[in-house]
Design a protein around this ligand. Structure first.
Ligand code: SF4
Ligand code: SF4
Length: 219
């Protein structure tokens, strides 16, 4: 259970992968090296998230307000701590970053103005780019990529195209036939009710959408 009075490491310290001994070793090393070993990590995450993870003092308010904390293997404050300690790769491998629903509650509650939601976003971006996403969340990454490519191409969502792209890529990854066929029988029913369209619509001015994507990707 999460309690606002808990502090940092006291919050579910026995969660998978959150090894107190390793964290303590990393903390000692960080102090011994004057935090010089953390500089590249800070710059990558901070730049992407437009925040300073170093400002976090582990009060735990972010985790206490997070609506999906109960399902996370690492709590938001623990992930920020990992980033502070230069253990960013472990943070990227956490399932929690893919369970985050980007509600921004953590960022709004932070007394130190750390954009915790931004840190989660940065971790997702880096994890996807480096292929470090937790194996259990592989399909989530495939779905998110297929979703964004769909929006970029059409300017709005084309459900059939999305389902086809997601299922094909997921199947090629794990040859899971039941997943490929799952929900297929619902297709006629959804189409009869107007919930699924053979020909998805396209936004009128897709150049605007393309510009948004380019700007987000730094182009
Ligand atoms: S990110 Fe903010 S709210 Fe979360 S533990 Fe750190 S200081 Fe507290
Ligand atoms: S943005 Fe993510 S981590 Fe933050 S409170 Fe919402 S779900 Fe939790």
């Amino acid at each position: 259970m999460i309690c606002e009075n808990n502090h940092g490491f006291g919050l579910n310290a026995n969660r998978a992968g959150y090894d107190r001994r390793n964290i303590a070793t990393a903390t000692r090393r960080a102090f011994a090296t004057g935090f010089s070993n953390m500089q590249p990590v800070f710059s990558a995450i901070d730049t992407l998230a437009h925040t300073r993870a170093a400002d976090c003092y582990q009060c735990g308010k972010c985790s206490a307000g997070c609506p999906v904390a109960g399902r996370m293997d690492q709590l938001p404050n623990q992930l920020v701590r990992l980033v502070q300690l230069g253990l960013e790769e472990r943070a990227m491998k956490a399932e929690a970053i893919w369970l985050c629903v980007a509600c921004q509650t953590c960022s709004a509650r932070c007394p130190k103005s750390v954009d915790c939601a931004g840190v989660m976003d940065a971790l997702r971006e880096l994890a996807a780019g480096k292929n470090l996403a937790a194996p259990a969340q592989r399909r989530t990454v495939i779905f998110q990529k297929a979703f964004l490519q769909n929006i970029r191409r059409n300017g709005r969502l084309n459900e059939l195209e999305l389902a086809g792209a997601f299922k094909t890529r997921a199947f090629l990854g794990d040859l899971n036939l039941p997943l490929l066929m799952k929900d297929a029988l619902l297709t006629p029913q959804l189409m009869r009710r107007g919930k699924l369209h053979l020909r998805g619509g396209k936004a009128r001015d897709r150049r605007v959408i393309e510009r948004i994507f380019r700007r987000c990707l730094g182009g």
